[in-house]
Design a protein around this ligand. Structure first.
Ligand code: SAM
Length: 272
């Protein structure tokens, strides 16, 4: 969608940055892999043709290959794709845009998208492409973050950004939490002839040694939040970091460290 073109370009630049990609793999993938396992469970059998859309580092793609599926991973970041080729040597790894996929109509039994949808600039077009490359009756399943109201980690980050950051320079973007809402998810999917079948949630957590770590993770390992924080003055960055650390320290102490829960939505749909 042209209105989110600047957001799309920023996403491409961010996911092409080796430092962000390495930090993402270190800090987020232990959590996103939990969702990957749940997306596969009960949905993929040996011999199925399965697309891992926005495959990133390729850990879900490799899980699919281990299940005996004919696995394909697609992503637009060469930096991520280099990691995916290493992680999933038995899969087909393709460079491309989720909104214009280089695949035939009805090519896949299943399309999975693990924490990719919210990074896609033109989501209606990508959903249309998902429907096009699925066979009729095929399955689409995705994982996404739940909103801050349900998710203490995101409440800490977004609360501090809302209180202190100047967001005027951030590009307009699709609603990060649209698919976390069952009603919105159903409508967005239905517009692409995908009938929502399930909308479930589960909790994971970041286990930290220091309360400052949550800020450091979002600064170094995310595209949107990281770039927004880096665009602030030094004084503002200090306020954001302190607010997040204070909240982690006050609300999430666990044993000798800290445990900050994060809530994840799993959504599945059937191609009409
Ligand atoms: C948060 S990462 C998710 C990586 C991985 N799926 C996981 O489970 O951790 C988002 C991925 O979406 C990719 N991406 C974002 N927009 C895309 C688009 N329009 N087309 C293809 N890939 C895209 C990025 O390059 C990045 O690898």
């Amino acid at each position: 969608m042209a209105e989110f073109a600047e957001f799309g370009a920023r996403e491409f630049d961010g996911w092409s940055d080796g430092g962000i990609v390495d930090a993402y793999v270190r800090h987020f993938v232990p959590i996103t892999d939990l969702a990957a396992g749940k997306l596969i469970s009960g949905r993929v059998s040996a011999g199925d043709t399965v697309l891992d859309l926005c495959c990133g580092q390729g850990s879900l793609t490799q899980m699919l290959a281990e299940r005996g599926a004919a696995a394909t991973g697609l992503d637009f970041s060469p930096e991520m794709l280099a990691k995916a080729r290493q992680a999933a040597p038995g899969a087909t790894i393709v460079e491309g845009d989720a909104a214009a996929m280089p695949f035939a109509d009805g090519q896949f039994d299943t399309v999975l998208c693990n924490f990719g949808m919210m990074h896609i600039a033109d989501q209606p077009r990508a959903l249309g492409e998902i429907r096009r490359v699925l066979r009729p009756g095929g399955t689409f399943a995705m994982a996404t973050w739940n909103s801050p109201a349900a998710s203490p980690a995101f409440a800490a980050i977004f609360g501090a950004l809302k209180a202190h950051a100047d967001v005027s320079a951030a590009p307009a973007q699709p609603d990060l939490f649209a698919f976390a809402d069952p009603g919105q998810a159903r409508a967005l999917l239905a517009a692409a002839q995908l009938e929502m079948a399930e909308h479930a949630t589960f909790d994971a957590a970041w286990r930290l040694d220091r309360p400052e770590e949550l800020f450091e993770i979002f600064l170094t390992a995310t595209v949107g939040a990281g770039m927004l924080i880096r665009s602030q003055s030094a004084g503002t960055v200090e306020k954001i970091a302190a607010a997040i650390a204070r909240r982690v320290s006050e609300m999430h102490a666990a044993g000798t460290g800290y445990e900050v829960p994060v809530s994840i939505a799993l959504i599945s749909a059937t191609a009409r």
